[in-house]
Design a protein around this ligand. Sequence first.
Ligand code: HEM
Length: 427
Amino acid sequence: MGLDDAIRTALDRLSGDKDRLQVGLADVFGRVADSSALKTFALMRRHRPIVSAGSTTIVTRNEDVKEVLGDPARFTVDLYGPKMVAITGPFILGVDDTPLYRHDHAAMDRAVLREDLPMIGDRMYELARALVAERRDDDGEIDVVSQLADPAVDRTIGEYFGTPGPDRATHLRWARNVFQELFINVGNLAPVRERALADAARWRPHLDRQIAVRKAQLKAGEDVPDDVLTRLLRLQSEDEPNFHDIAIRHNILGNITGWIPTISNAFARVVEELLGRDDELERAQQAARAGDRELVGRYAFEASRFRPQNFALLRYVPQDTTIAAGSDRETTVKAGSTVFAATLSAMHDERAIEAPGEFRVDRPWSDYMLFGHGLHTCYGEHIVRAQLPALATALLEGPRLQRAQGDPGKLRFAGPYPSGLTVRFGA
Ligand code: HEM
C-alpha cells in the first residue's frame, strides 16, 4: 500500500471520531514534520492533493491552500475565536473580516510602527551578540533556545511593548501554554486547556496592573517610555476612545502569545536545518561575518521553508463548500468540518514554486507562506523579518558552528516546542 493510501485508510478509520482524528493528525504531522513530511506531502500533491475523511480535510497544493486561507467567509477562524475569548477576550486572529477586526488591527498599527523595525532588529542583534559572547567565552557552547532566543526575545518584548512578565520563566510559560491551547490543542485535551486557563488567569491581572500603573503615570504627567503601551493609552485620549483598557490587554496578550513561542521555535529549526547543510551554513556564516543581515535573513527564511515552525493552518467550514471547483480534484466539504491548509506543502509545490527542492536565497518573498496568507497573515511578520536575521547574524558571525557532542547537540522538544539545541563554536 502506498503512503497516500495509508493516509487515506488511517483517515477513514478515524473519521468517526473527529477529536481523535484531529489529535492524531496534528500529532503525526508534528512528529514527522522534521523528517518525512516533505515526502508525504509530495505524494499527496501528486496522487491525492485533497484528502477528505469525515469532518477533516487536508489540502496540499499551493493553489488550494491559497483558496482556503484567502477566503475567510468560507473558511473561518472560528476554531480559535471562542478559545481566545476564554483566555482574555476577542482578538484579531479569532475573528474574521468584521468591524472589530478592522478596528483593532488599525489601532495596533498606530502603536506598532514600521519606523520601529530597524531599532527592533538592532536591539535584538545587540542583545543576542552579548549572550553569544558570554557563552562563547565561558564554555564555547550555547543553547540556541534557552540561552539565546528565549532571553533575547523576552527582553525585547518587555522593552518594546512595555509589559514585561513577572520573570522570564513565568512569561515564557504563560505564552507557550496559551499558544498551545489556542493553536495546537485541536482535540481540546482538558489538561492543556486547564493549564492555559490557569496561566491566563494570572497573566490578565498582571497586564491589567501594568496598564493601570502606566495610565496613572500618564495622567500625572510623568515621563514614561515611548513604548507600545504608552502609545496605545495615548490613543484613548485622542481619537480611539473605544480602544479601552481591556481591549488593549487582549491585543497585548494576543501578540505576546504570537511572539514568544514562535521565534525561538522557528530559530531552533533554522539552526537545525543549516547544521545539516554544510555549504549553506558556511555561506550563511560568511554573510554574517560580512555584516550582511539581509542575506543572513534569506538563509534563515529559506531554511524555514524546509523546516517551518508549523506545517499547516486550521480553518473551520461554517457551510458546505467546494474546494478546487471545476478541477479533477474538486472536493465538497461539509459544514462543521475542519480544513488543514498545508502551508509547508504549498511552499514546495512545483506547480507554483520554482525548483522547490533546491535551497535558494534569491526567491521572491511571495514564495514563502511561513506567515500564512490572506486576511490573517501574521501581524508580526515584519518584526520577525527584523529579529530573526539579527538573531541568526549574532550566532553565525563567529567561528564555524557545529553541533555540541551527544544529546545536547540534537534538536530536543518539550511538548510541541523545541526546548534546546546546543551548538559549539569551532576554533
Ligand atoms: C517566526 C515567528 C512567527 C511565525 C512563524 C508566525 C506565524 C504566523 C502565522 C502562520 C499566522 C497565520 C495564522 C493563521 O492564519 O491561522 C500568524 C498570525 C499572527 N501572528 Fe504570527 N508568527 C510569528 C511571529 C509573530 C510575532 C512576533 C507576533 C507579534 C508581534 C505575531 C502575531 C501574530 C498575530 C497577531 C497574528 C494574527 C493576525 C491576524 O489575524 O490578522 N506573530 N503568525
